[in-house]
Ligand binder design. Structure first.
Ligand code: ASP
Ligand code: MG
Length: 441
């Protein structure tokens, strides 16, 4: 069985919901995971903030306009009054539940309960629509099987066991529909898999039932080989290895949530990225295969800060690195790139919240300097060290760009450059020219 996930824009209007229905109805049994309709989760976050700040008037305004938008979607989506009424009643109930938090002391638990409403509504609307079309459909409540542990990790055993029971109870269904993003925690309270977590849901479900394939449907035809906002003529990449996809998902390729890769990779289930607006386009397949001798894609991530510490004490001293890393660990800040010399180490971070405290601690061990507004450029492909020529090809392409750090050899799949954000566009274009137009690439 396949698992198909459709994101917020893919179910963002009545017409889009109809499109998704036409994609999923092909007589093959499948599980369909849906996000909330586009913009809904953001509005629910805004409403929660209003409750938190004791501003029920603004909350009411946001909620009312959200409700009105759904009234219009429902009006457009269904043919019969029976289904219009059914959908309307459910939607109003869900939003009344949201409003029920308006005059209470507001906690993070309440916010979590508010955030799940978007997915509950989108899946209900889709299930009703399919039912009206005469499709055999079963709505599986994610809150009954999707669960995380006390460490916020998916409870695979629980998920697998409870999901299989639900599937068994609804054996006749052609289409199973369930909510992305939402789950319960180890204590049974309502929780979520963090923003953008619907991809993760699909991957966890795929792993739990050993699916044949996990499909992530968005509105672009797969993972592109460079950023189409800055480079002309980018193309979708046909195939990526899980490791390559993991690098790209982190380094800015918004199409796939980074957490989605791991469960699929461990379970050995291919992930296919497809386009709702062009369902016949080939898209990108992510699997365990490794195409040798090929550079696949380039991605960039902005908002990076580089930190360098130089210390003569580092020379031949053991334990220096662990002291440095401990400081980052204390402030819960992860290091992305790292390069070292005998007397210094440079690191990059993407979360500068605790930068001042980190600098303060580092200064105890050496001279510290900082470069802000930096960008990591990541080149992904077969970069095994035995393959000669590929590092020089990429560094050649960067010949006219000032490079602050280079990282190579951390994996077999990437080479990364840290540059100023203002040089990003040029770097992406030069790399594309050299890597995708050069016959050697
Ligand atoms: N609706 C959630 C969000 O907007 C989850 C998702 O769309 O993946 O973050
Ligand atoms: Mg998403």
């Amino acid at each position: 069985m396949k698992v198909l996930k459709f994101g917020g824009t893919s179910v963002g209007s009545a017409q889009r919901i109809k499109n998704v229905a036409s994609i999923v109805c092909d007589q093959e049994q499948k599980i369909v995971v849906l996000s909330a309709m586009a913009g809904t989760t953001n509005s629910l976050v805004e409403i929660s903030e209003c409750f938190h700040k004791k501003d029920p008037e603004k909350a009411n305004a946001v909620l009312s306009s959200l409700e009105q938008a759904y009234v219009n979607h429902i009006e457009e989506l269904y043919r019969s009054d029976v289904y219009k009424e059914k959908a309307m009643q459910y939607m109003l109930e869900r939003f009344q539940h949201v409003w029920s938090f308006s005059n209470m002391p507001f906690s993070v638990f309440d916010e979590k309960e508010i955030l799940v409403q978007g997915e509950l509504i989108s899946t209900f609307l889709m299930a009703c629509y399919l039912e009206e079309q005469g499709v055999e459909v079963a709505l599986l409540p994610a809150l009954n099987f999707m669960r995380i542990t006390v460490d916020n990790e998916p409870d695979m055993e629980y998920i697998s066991k409870h999901l299989k029971v639900l599937l068994e109870q609804n054996k006749e269904a052609e289409i199973y529909i369930t909510q992305g993003f939402i789950c319960r925690n180890a204590y049974g309270s309502i929780d979520n898999l963090e923003r953008g977590g619907s991809d993760y849901t699909a991957s966890l479900i795929g792993a739990a039932i050993q699916a044949e394939e996990i499909q992530i449907w968005t509105d672009i035809d797969g993972m592109h080989n460079n950023d189409p906002r800055f480079v002309e003529g980018t193309k979708p990449v046909d195939q990526l290895n899980f490791e390559e996809a993991a690098e790209l998902a982190y380094f800015g390729a918004k199409i796939l949530h980074p957490t989605c890769i791991l469960p699929a990779k461990f379970a050995g289930i291919p992930v296919r990225l497809l386009n709702t607006l062009d369902p016949s386009a080939k898209g990108t397949i992510i699997n365990n295969e490794m195409e040798s001798g090929k550079i696949k894609a380039i991605a960039a991530k902005d908002g990076i800060t580089a930190i360098r510490i130089v210390s003569s004490r580092m020379l031949l001293a053991s334990g220096f690195m662990s002291k440095v890393f401990n400081i980052f660990d204390t402030f819960n800040t992860s290091i992305d790139m790292i390069t070292t010399s005998e007397v210094g180490v440079s690191m990059s971070i993407d979360n500068p919240t605790h930068l001042n405290e980190i600098i303060g601690e580092l200064k105890k061990y050496g001279t510290v300097d900082i470069d802000r507004d930096m960008c990591i450029i990541c080149v992904v492909g077969d970069l095994r060290w035995g393959n000669i020529g590929y590092e020089s090809l990429t560094t050649d392409a960067m010949a006219s760009v000032p490079v602050r750090m280079i990282s190579y050899g951390g994996s077999f799949h990437n080479i990364s450059f840290l540059i100023r954000s203002c040089d990003k566009e040029k770097a992406l274009q030069e790399l594309s020219k050299k890597l995708f137009n050069d016959p050697k690439a």
